[in-house]
Design a protein around this ligand. Structure first.
Ligand SMILES: Cc1ncc(COP(=O)(O)O)c(C=O)c1O
Length: 371
């Protein structure tokens, strides 16, 4: 079976993790801080806050942005469920806007019509490795006094005109789960240039304690901390931090290899009108966390996915969040024709560092046979 992803972790990650285990300090500590610095430097942001997942990171970033219960947050529905769940954790309301069918990202032309007096933030998703059209989104946000909290879970390393995702929106959140550009098992990172929000998010990440556990341990005297508000435990361990540090050393290589594999898929699919390959707008750097193809065929998406599975190739799809039972209570479903079309016709093919040319040839042959 050719899986949708295969981890590309090596001895260096294993050694780094083992060194933390031997060090006697497992929780959030020096390795996590190093990981945060590397990510901040890499994307060009002033602050990076490591969190237990992109989902918890989005929750914290919305709080950092000042979003409150009853507010509206504009986001796409064509995404992973966590995008909109994070909005609901706060008691805010996701307002779904359709996508641009070529990029699978939020259609900027439709955002402004969704802004109301209750809107306080826009949550664009830089989906499957391609940045959302962030510059005009930033302009719209500025015009209406909104914050941009970007879900860039899949898109570390992507860029617009050489400016990396993570340095453009007010808040950007990345994921390090097993299928992302880097992995630490589970994990996430928030980047921002806002020092006050960064401080607040750091506090909220660790129960909002006035003094951290590490500082209390280092103090060598009795320090009694207080808890001025209700916080969360969204920390990562230093084992994850250490793996992240090693992975950050490989990011240029990882991005280059994913782009090479995407170019090779494009070559192999060239000339077959039934398979629409991903679109990379001029000036945008796609990192191909996933390789999405839109199928122009009579066969249903599910049939194709089953047929490929029978041929030994795993696939995935992206769904419409507003169509999921958990979101039925939001009332009448919005009209999102491009979202529904992409959810029905696009599938994700195996894409990971370590995918061999012969495996890639097999994926292509299986897809063609399954149409
Ligand atoms: C677009 C998007 N947002 C959020 C998430 C959630 O990431 P995590 O698993 O780190 O919480 C994912 C993960 O699949 C994702 O693809």
């Amino acid at each position: 079976m050719i899986p949708i992803t295969r981890l590309a972790l090596g001895d260096a990650e294993a050694e780094a993790a083992a060194a933390v285990v031997r060090s006697g300090w497992l929780m959030n500590g020096p390795q996590t801080e190093k990981f945060e610095k590397l990510v901040a430097e890499y994307v060009g942001a002033k602050h990076a806050i490591a969190v237990s997942s992109a989902t918890t990171g989005l929750h914290l970033a919305l709080l950092g942005a000042g979003v409150k219960a009853g507010d509206e947050v504009i986001c796409p529905s064509f995404s992973f469920i966590a995008t909109a769940n994070s909005i609901r954790y706060i008691g805010a309301v996701p307002v779904f806007v359709d996508i641009d069918p070529r990029t699978y990202n939020i259609d900027v032309a439709q955002i402004e019509a969704a802004v109301t007096e209750r809107t306080t933030a826009i949550m664009p998703v830089s989906q499957i490795g391609l940045p959302a059209d962030l510059m005009p989104i930033t302009d719209i946000a500025a015009r209406h006094g909104l914050k941009v909290v970007e879900d860039a879970a899949p898109s570390l390393g992507s860029a617009i005109d050489g400016r990396r995702v993570g340095s453009i929106s007010d808040f950007t959140v990345f994921s390090f789960d097993a299928r992302k550009i880097l992995t630490t098992g589970e994990g996430g990172m928030i980047t921002t240039d806002d020092p006050e929000a960064a401080t607040r998010m750091r506090l909220l990440r660790a129960h909002a304690a006035s003094v951290s556990t590490a500082d209390r341990d280092r103090a060598n005297k009795i320090v009694l901390e207080t808890y001025p508000e209700v916080g969360f435990n969204y920390k990562i361990t230093d084992i994850q931090g250490a793996i992240g540090v090693v992975q950050m050393g490989k990011i240029a290589e990882i991005v280059a290899e994913r782009r090479r594999l995407a170019a090779r898929y494009a070559q192999l699919f060239a000339g077959d009108d039934r398979i629409e390959i991903p679109f990379e707008p001029v000036g945008f750097q796609h990192v191909y966390q996933s390789y999405a193809v839109r199928l122009h065929t009579e066969r249903t998406q599910e049939d194709v996915m089953h047929a490929m599975m029978d041929l030994g190739v795993a696939t995935r799809r992206i769904f419409a969040i507003h169509d999921q039972p958990a979101f039925a209570d939001l009332g009448e479903a919005p009209e999102l024709p491009e979202t529904m079309s992409a959810a029905k016709h696009a599938i994700l093919l195996p894409m990971f560092v370590g995918l061999t040319d012969s495996e890639q040839d097999d994926v292509v042959a299986a897809l063609i046979k399954s149409l």
